[in-house]
Write a protein that binds this ligand. Structure first.
Ligand SMILES: Cc1cc2nc3c(=O)[nH]c(=O)nc-3n(C[C@H](O)[C@H](O)[C@H](O)COP(=O)(O)OP(=O)(O)OC[C@H]3O[C@@H](n4cnc5c(N)ncnc54)[C@H](O)[C@@H]3O)c2cc1C
Length: 370
């Protein structure tokens, strides 16, 4: 078996497969270091509040698994909590609160006054309601990714970095292996976990219709604006988030611009967008000094659900892609779903047909710009 990509998709699937008894395989990673793209350049937040019920279930299960996971004795999830700000009427947030309760996730809807009493740093923000989700938090993404890859390696997977899969070797419609710059590798099964590049290899004539959306993150070093263990803050109506990062903050304007698969350049307009939103909705952060920024791609299927399962046309090709903006949160749950489907088992806790590579939502106009 060959897994293409050593990000959270490839690593979590390989690790889960070893737990299911699949004891050998090859993980091919084009870059020198695993996690060079989205898996190492994200905001590291674990958030259970998702509008889509299937995705919400996946996120809740993902967070449960993250909560139970330690690496070298330390928890990978720091449960700082999440505060989701809204403007105007309370009902959308009240409904989300009820949806989380239905799935036994603690959540509390607070008026702005109550929220500021409890979390005084919220004085820096303009909002009407805050939905507090205490079991959300921040993931040690580097520890988690390294641990998943180490788990796969210990069980017999080999990880080869600086080695791209150039194309799939397909006989008729059956996978026979992959081509790399170092030669051909025979394999009866190939897992496409190539992140922004997923859905292209092997499906050149009908690539999966994935969209890659660029998003920017910023870091400010100004100390003392938030307590270091403060919850992440996400304004769902305006679209921006802020969380503690070291002494300072990590901030995002929630920008979305289509981009071909690559490491995107930083666009100065993203900083303008962030500053504009902060001036209007977080005036208490208007004077911060942004020190560092980067951009990276989130990869989405048209319905914004992940793609997990066998290819409908190519025998032996398995997909784990379209992890959008939830690939950290859901990584461990996705690994379990993928390995169960891979091994022919039944997943009874979530509607897996929603993730099928043959679902209707994926039969739209293909795009593959690499
Ligand atoms: C700015 C930003 C913020 C985010 N914040 C969060 C967050 O707070 N919480 C959350 O849950 N999620 C977040 N995400 C989403 C999360 O980072 C992704 O969903 C997740 O990392 C995707 O993992 P992946 O393995 O699919 O992709 P990647 O991490 O991109 O991994 C794919 C790997 O495949 C390799 N590859 C590609 N093609 C080939 C080939 N042909 N041969 C060999 N190797 C190949 C690539 O080099 C890459 O290393 C964020 C994403 C971004 C961009």
């Amino acid at each position: 078996m060959v897994v293409i990509g050593a990000g959270f998709a490839g690593a979590s699937v390989a690790a889960a497969l070893t737990r299911a008894g699949v004891a050998s395989g090859l993980i091919l990673e084009r870059e020198l270091l695993p996690g060079s793209h989205a898996s190492g350049r994200n905001a590291a937040m674990a958030r259970q509040l998702e509008a889509d019920p299937v995705l919400r279930k996946l996120a809740i299960e993902g967070v449960q698994r993250l909560r139970a996971k330690t690496v070298a004795g330390s928890p990978v999830l720091r449960q700082s909590g999440g505060l989701y700000l809204t403007h105007g009427e309370p009902h959308p947030a009240a409904e989300w609160c009820a949806q989380l309760h239905e799935q036994c996730v603690p959540a509390e809807l607070l008026s702005a006054v109550k929220a500021r009493q409890r979390f005084p740093f919220l004085n820096r923000f303009e909002f009407d309601y805050a939905l507090f989700c205490p079991t959300d938090g921040i993931v040690d993404i580097h520890a988690l990714l390294s641990d998943l890859l180490a788990e796969a390696r210990r069980a017999g997977f080999e990880i080869i970095t600086d080695c791209a899969c150039e194309s799939l070797i397909v006989d008729g419609s059956v996978v026979r292996g992959v081509r790399t710059p170092r030669g051909e590798v025979s394999a009866r099964i190939v897992v496409d976990a190539a992140g922004a590049w997923a859905g292209c290899v092997g499906r050149e004539s009908a690539p999966l219709p994935l969209k890659r959306l660029r998003r920017h993150l910023f870091v400010c070093g100004d100390a003392g604006l938030f307590p270091r263990d403060a919850p992440l803050v996400w304004d769902l109506d305006v679209g921006y988030y802020v969380r503690p990062e070291g002494e300072g903050l990590l901030l995002c304007p929630c920008d979305e611009t289509e981009h071909p698969p690559d490491i995107p350049e930083v666009d100065p307009e993203a900083e303008d967008l962030l500053v504009d939103k902060l001036l209007k909705y977080a005036p208490g952060l208007a004077n911060i000094t942004l020190r560092r920024s980067w951009a990276c791609l989130r990869t989405f299927a048209p319905d914004r659900l992940p793609i997990i399962g066998w290819d409908p046309d190519i025998d032996g090709l398995f997909h784990v892609s379209g992890l959008g903006g939830f690939g950290v949160t859901t990584s461990l749950a996705i690994g379990d779903v993928a390995s169960t489907l891979f091994c022919g088992g039944v997943v009874d806790w979530i509607e897996v047909s929603s993730f099928s590579a043959g679902r209707g939502a994926l039969r739209s106009v293909p795009q593959c710009n690499n």
